[in-house]
Design a protein around this ligand. Structure first.
Ligand code: CU
Length: 206
């Protein structure tokens, strides 16, 4: 009996994640640009999962889109600016505090930052196939004027992280946040962490 209950539970869990995954259909929003501007928000505030942490991307007209589909040119330097509005959760391993795979040094609020205290991080921006991993500094818990609903504005508390990476051959690559996304899910995985349009996306290199 216990085995049957276990099987039913696992099946329900799988169905839950598949349904969640299929219900996310983000539009493509950038067209082969060498600079990307993203924001990370603590809760998107609308749609099927209003309380989920999420990325948004600024499109070529300057509007924020709820999408994680990015288009960049092959064999190019891509300059990234991330406006980070979520508070720090801390990374589970100091390894993640070291930026990797970048051209030059990342900058946090205008200061060159070779490595980030892992306790100050909120998320990581990672493209595993390109060896890119960047810790994103969180907003202080007691910061005034914190953003509650996306898209967040420059007037609200945030950190600004900038960095550059190099693309290689054309192809479609997966990018996502690694720890510590999705508090409340098993070990922080699942939910926004694994959902395209939230903390997981595609990098189309062409
Ligand atoms: Cu995260």
């Amino acid at each position: 009996m216990a085995v049957l209950v276990g099987v039913a539970f696992v099946a329900a869990l799988i169905a839950y994640y598949i349904t969640g995954y299929l219900s996310v259909r983000p539009p493509a929003t950038t067209s082969g640009r060498t600079s990307l501007t993203l924001q990370t928000v603590a809760s998107i505030g609308f749609g099927p999962h209003p309380d989920w942490v999420s990325y948004l991307v600024k499109d070529s007209t300057g509007h924020w889109r709820h999408s994680t589909v990015l288009n960049v040119p092959a064999n190019s330097l891509v300059h990234v600016t991330i406006l980070q509005y979520d508070t720090a959760t801390g990374l589970r391993n100091p390894y993640w505090g070291g930026p990797r795979g970048l051209v030059g040094v990342m900058s946090v609020d205008g200061k060159p930052t070779p490595t980030l205290d892992p306790g100050l991080a909120s998320h990581t921006f990672a493209i595993p196939d390109l060896g890119v991993s960047v810790p994103l500094k969180g907003v202080a818990d007691n910061a005034k004027n914190q953003c509650s609903v996306a898209p967040c504005t420059l007037a609200e508390a945030h950190t600004t992280v900038t960095f550059t990476f190099r693309t290689g051959a054309a192809g479609t690559y997966r990018w996502q946040c690694f720890v510590p996304c999705a508090a409340g899910f098993i070990l922080g995985f699942g939910g926004p962490m694994q959902s395209v349009g939230y903390m997981d996306g595609y990098l189309h290199v062409a």
